[in-house]
Design a protein around this ligand. Sequence first.
Ligand code: RB5
Length: 195
Amino acid sequence: MKIAIGCDHGGYELKKKILKYLDEHGYRYSDYGCSSSTESVDYPDIAFPIAEAVASGKYDRGILVCGTGIGVSICANRVRGVRCALCGDPVSAELTRKHNNSNVLALGGRIIGSEVAKEIVSKWLTTEFEGGRHERRLTKIANYTSGSYNSDVSSHGSSHSSGHHSIHSSSGMHGSRSGAHSHHSDSSSYSDSSK
Ligand code: RB5
């Protein structure tokens, strides 16, 4: 597995610890910088090249670290083909591999400690995608990006319902599929982890 890793100044200290972990466990990686916690670097200048390198297939995975992990994850998720997961715990790291097949991991260097970060990286690098029903959902994400998204949920934007999402018709979406069964994404689907 080939990994691209990078950080801004806010993520530099944590990145150093992760590099040590990768070395100790025999992972191959390229370090895209930066190389200081005191010289300010704009996180998009690190996040976009890594996200693009992963999307192009040059690397299998990317690891991005900034102060919160939020800035780099916003950038990475704007690159087509990238599914970036901001993780603050190993359970999320495991589940985002199993369910989202995330190919970029974002970490907050000013938020989590290095031991937790190493556990997150370990889970994230060693857990396989489960496929199955999750593949269908990833296809929907890819379709949204390419302007051919179709929803199975027929109640978008209905004003009388509470708690349901409204999806706006932008970027060439085709709207609800006619004849789709009326299934609402209520709490019952989230409480059952097998769905
Ligand atoms: C840099 O100060 C900080 O804004 C950055 O590391 C990151 O936290 C942004 O999301």
